[in-house]
Write a new protein. Structure first.
Lengths: 403, 403
């Protein structure tokens, strides 16, 4: 019987990234039928028959799900190249902060920037990811730290999807830094987040998740607890930057609130891993910041592995600690710097990254899932992790359309 | 008086990379006239008048010389993704070498590959560099280790320039590894290099330079001395991989032969720097291999600086220790990993890289020099070093032609 579909991609090797017991979720079938933006069927070319106007010959290349970059801060004003240069010329962080640099510099520039300016620079950065096979990006706010600018950032982030073939997931990160207006009373800022901004974000549906920076230079566990509680009251998911520079037990706190992910976790105490297991929380590793800040403490990869915690990888694209607009570079860094296998890395930017964003229809080549797919001219999936800047997708489909 | 030219690029900010006492060799003029592939004049748009059919409005963007990648091994057969994966899965180097991996694996694949196959994979890699603003690439042989394959590699390297807007400089690196045929008598291999291959390379003008890998796992200083002497006899320049993993005094030896560059030099003894100064040798730093091999010993940057040794930066693009096809990534690594300032990095991929290849007409925006130019949509040259994968040239000219 002939079935109707919109497109058939034939003659491909499929690394589905399903958890099917095969490395990379490799499938034996060689054809994918697509209908209404979804994968309708995966089948052996000779076995079933689909009627559609379009057929694409994959020439025995590898088909993978589009990559998901599950942690970025890519909407921001200005850049910090000037600071970077000053540090290399010998200035200290304190001197730079005193002259208005650091995160406050980005906050000032983001508050001043028009929506148009923010959007055009964000599109440029997102394009770099999209060119490399990314079809879904999480974008956090957190450089406004006042009501209007935080909402502006989230609106801009959502608009990226109107210009590029990519899904955008937005996260409200008010608890990123204490703004200068609240420097002497940070608890009041936390109250402002909980009472004013979270309700507005929820009402306007500008984010699906609330994030915090739980760190001595960010917010205390007690403050983060308040933010999480407010988020839950407004039916928003929570996730958290934790244990990046020290162990404040942020991961345990996040697990208590069933966080969908804990991110960074270089200083995570392996004893806290069972709590993450219990809460189904994804561990998001960000090797870009580790590299850029010349850190030496590595996340407890062996223990995460032993406890079967899903590990995701992301660029953390931001102007201060990871100005790296390349998922492929970050994938290589995850192997070279953190020792993940190429297979773990590829799970980390597909199915596990989807889980870190609670997206159930992305991150795998699988019947019923979104047809966000990339075709790669390689001999083995490990080649995507082994080098830097060696590959680009030969073809790419977003929601079933070639792009 | 109106002068004739082929093109005027107007309204640009020029980081000439000349050594003119200004950071980045910044010029006050805003226009560049080009004729016969060379820079005819740099002038203030309002001051002089040129007659030509083409004018390009640079819209106040930054004009820099095209980048020069002065150390690559980008012609090779196969890749080593499989090995990379096995190492991350826990196999040792010895186990991998025993099953035919490592450099010998690449030698086997390169010997087997047709010229066509080698060329098409090399063009793909070179394209990645060219896209990022590279207009000149040095390519070494060294994965053949027999007469025919070494000559084949050099011929293939030269052919890249027929397909891409880039100059290719070739280097014969027979003394890269001892091939299996000579494993029990490496001195005979050195003799073969000197008596058979160097004369053939010189006669056929397939390379302008001879390189060696002076290291315990490569060739001894005594062996390198023989190779250098043979190169000099045939009027070829010399350069050397030295002090990458240990201090064998390769740099001193290279200086004795007036080497145009010494490359890697993590283990260089600062006491040997005056010899490099004396011989006018360029120090080529290769942060990609340092990163990829997880090395910890950094080159003596402060001492090189204090002695005013010209420092160049290169990708070292190769399948084993630096499969990184991105000059922009390497430029960022030179700052982040080795502490070079953005200005030093940009000198390192322009005027100093030209000097490492003995090219007197490249690496600067300067009257009389090759019009290999890139226009960048940035606010400051340091932005090219500060991030990874954030920028591509807005426009590019090779030998005066837009490309």
């Amino acid at each position: 019987m002939t079935k109707q579909c919109d497109l058939v991609i034939d003659n491909v090797r499929i690394a589905s990234m399903q958890k099917n017991g095969k490395p990379y979720g490799i499938l034996t079938q060689s054809s994918v039928a697509i209908k209404n933006g979804k994968v309708l069927a995966i089948f052996d070319g000779s076995q079933e028959s689909y009627h559609c106007n379009k057929r694409y010959n994959g020439e025995n290349k590898w088909l993978l799900p589009g990559f998901i970059d599950c942690h970025t801060h890519l909407v921001y004003g200005g850049n910090r190249a000037n600071e970077f240069e000053q540090r290399l010329q010998g200035k200290t962080y304190t001197e730079i902060a005193q002259q208005g640099g650091g995160i406050q510099g980005t906050v000032n520039a983001t508050r001043e920037a028009s929506e148009h300016t923010l959007l055009s620079s964000a599109i440029k950065r997102a394009s770099r990811l999209v060119e490399e096979g990314v079809t879904c990006i999480e974008v956090k706010s957190g450089y406004g730290l006042d009501l209007d600018t935080e909402l502006k950032m989230l609106k801009v982030a959502k608009q990226i999807a109107e210009y590029l073939p990519v899904s955008i997931v937005t996260t409200y990160l008010g608890a990123h830094a204490v703004p200068k207006e609240y420097r002497s009373n940070p608890d009041d800022y936390v109250q402002f987040i909980c009472d004013r901004v979270i309700p507005a974000v929820a009402r306007q549906q500008l984010a699906s998740c609330v994030d915090v920076f739980c760190e001595s230079i960010g917010f205390s566990p007690a403050q983060c607890r308040k933010v999480f509680a407010a988020a839950k009251t407004h039916k928003l998911n929570v996730k958290a930057h934790v244990e990046q520079l020290s162990d404040l037990k942020g991961a345990k706190l996040a697990a208590e609130f069933a966080a969908i992910s804990v991110d960074h976790i270089e200083y995570l105490d392996p004893k806290d891993i069972p709590a993450l297991k219990q809460s189904g929380t994804v561990a998001v590793l960000l090797p870009g910041a580790f590299y850029y800040l010349s850190e030496t403490q590595k996340p407890p990869v062996a223990e995460l592995r032993a406890n079967k915690i899903p590990i995701a990888i992301a660029t953390d694209l931001n102007p201060g600690s990871s100005p790296i607009a390349s998922i492929l570079t970050i994938m290589n860094m995850a192997s070279v710097l953190f020792g993940l296998t190429p297979e773990e890395v590829l799970y980390g930017v597909t199915i596990h990254a989807a889980k870190a964003l609670e997206l159930s229809s992305k991150g795998q080549v699988k019947t019923g899932m979104d047809a966000d797919l990339c075709l790669w001219d390689i001999e083995h999936p490990a080649e995507l992790v082994y080098g830097i800047n060696q590959h680009r997708p030969s073809a790419k489909w977003f929601a079933g359309r070639i792009c």
